[in-house]
Ligand binder design. Structure first.
Ligand code: NAP
Length: 451
């Protein structure tokens, strides 16, 4: 059998491994000339140990029968129909690349940005088309980050770290320079519910209390729990640990040496982003849980002066032309990884990762998810629903190349990898990310030198 996987992030690579373990040949397509998806363009660059997962993922390309097919966009360079004709089955693992909206007044003012854009910028995503943060950040003293998940914590940390704390990361040089010269001294983290409902994890939360120059500020009032939240801590160990850390911080004596502050605002729901031609502030309504456990507006209002609002309220999947899509959830409907059209599976079409189950979980969650999808695919093959070799004998990669499309294979990726490491080594660090697509393609076309 030969299977096409669309997306070379963790889900795509875990799916390729699980298929290849059973002797299946796999082509892994990616619109970018480099692999690893959110491990490269999502995981914060200062989280070196999480980012090092890429070393494990990278081994997949050494397997017989697994190919990287980079710089090919499905939906543009080839269609899903092309893939279905050329392969026995297709697994869609293209993730959730869009952002969720707040739905409040002023959300589209200049200076109100999506965390997905900020993350794409600081990780050096090629073709980045969002706000020019290099310029924008130079006017920013105070920032509000909306949402209390791990992405929000990443954004707060990146904005609050000193230049020395970021210097060793693989962020592109222009990003490091812009962050170092930004005059940010105040970052507000805004959660619409309480500390017991925050979705960040304790390890990530704790890092905010260990920064060289930034001090965490939190009021005891924001940490008061209603009875049901307090009771929920018994079963929710992560939430209990989070509340413990936050409570310790609330009791800490102020630091004399802090250059900047990270202020937590719980029970604070964004009501409007304010400003006439650009963001100047954020209006918040104070919330509380009522006796039924519903979050309600208490009628109290708060305003914070900020120059930048970063909306970090979750990622969202995008539809692919001709593929069923659940617009309310931003995912492809499925049953055990089989793509569903209505209540019927589409023969030979599968889904895994964030575009299957939504933007949740850690990297490892995608392994279980991909393995489930591959099990469904192999069951279908066993049952005769997918016939190996029963498809038109097309070699899509040769077809693309004969049309003049530059397809980046593993040799090309390895050349980029080597060049990035060499650029990092010159600066005494592991790597510098190359962010420009033309430069990536130029490097990918260079022959690999022996070590
Ligand atoms: P997330 O964990 O779902 O957090 C989204 C946050 O946005 C929640 O606090 C949510 O509050 C809030 N929110 C949603 N709609 C809102 C609205 N209209 N107004 C105000 N707040 C709103 O998502 P994420 O932070 O984007 O992370 C995505 C996934 O990647 C998560 O599984 C995360 O753990 C993972 N991740 C992990 C790491 C790491 O391990 N270091 C780093 C980054 C990301 P409610 O709960 O009230 O809805």
């Amino acid at each position: 059998m030969k299977v096409a996987v669309v997306g070379s992030g963790p889900s795509g690579i875990y799916a390729a491994e699980a298929l290849n373990d059973q002797g299946v040949a796999v082509d892994v397509f990616d619109r970018l000339p480099v692999p690893f998806g959110l491990v490269r363009y999502g995981v914060a660059p200062d989280h070196l140990s999480i980012r090092s997962v890429r070393n494990t993922l990278d081994r997949v390309w050494d397997r017989d029968g697994v190919r990287f097919v980079g710089n090919v966009e499905v939906g543009k360079d080839v269609t899903v129909e092309d893939l279905r004709e050329a392969y026995d089955a297709v697994i869609l693992t293209y993730g959730a690349s869009s952002d969720r909206r707040l739905g409040v007044e002023g959300e589209d003012l200049p200076g109100s940005v999506a965390a997905t854009d900020f993350v794409a910028w600081y990780t050096g995503y090629p073709d980045y088309r969002g706000p020019d943060f290099a310029e924008l950040l130079q006017q920013v003293r105070s920032v509000a980050v909306i949402g209390v998940g791990n992405v929000a914590v990443d954004v707060v940390r990146v904005l609050s770290k000193s230049p020395a704390e970021l210097a060793h990361t693989d962020m592109p040089e222009h990003v490091l320079k812009a962050l170092a010269s930004a005059p940010v001294t105040s970052v507000h983290l805004v959660g619409r519910r309480g500390p017991a409902q925050a979705s960040f994890t304790t390890k990530e939360l704790k890092e905010l209390g260990e920064l060289a120059e930034a001090e965490v500020v939190i009021s005891a009032a924001d940490l008061e729990l209603d009875d049901s939240s307090a009771a929920a801590l018994v079963d929710n160990k992560v939430a209990a640990r989070n509340v413990k850390v936050l409570t310790e911080w609330a009791d800490r004596a102020p630091r004399a040496d802090a250059n900047s502050h990270i202020t937590f605002h719980f029970f604070s729901r964004p009501a409007a982003v304010t400003g006439s031609d650009k963001v100047t502030g954020l209006d918040l309504e104070r919330t509380a849980f009522n006796a039924d456990g519903d979050l309600v507006d208490t009628g109290h209002r708060e305003h914070i002066d900020v120059d930048l609002v970063v909306r970090s309220v979750g990622y969202r999947g995008r539809p692919l032309p001709g593929i069923p899509f659940d617009d309310s959830q931003g995912v492809i409907p499925h049953q055990d990884g089989r793509v569903l059209e209505g209540d019927q599976p589409v023969v030979g079409l599968y889904v895994a990762g964030w575009i299957k189950r939504g933007p949740t979980g850690i990297i490892g969650t995608n392994k279980k998810c991909a393995v489930q999808t591959v099990a469904s695919l192999l069951d279908d093959a066993q049952a005769g629903a997918i016939v190996a070799g029963g498809h038109e004998d097309r070699d899509l990669v040769s077809e693309l190349e004969s049309r003049g499309k530059v397809v980046v294979g593993v040799q090309g990726w390895r050349a980029v990898d080597r060049a990035e490491q060499e650029r990092g080594n010159v600066l005494g660090k592991e790597r510098v990310t190359v962010h420009d697509r033309a430069e990536l393609l130029r490097l990918a076309s260079e022959p690999l030198r022996a070590t």
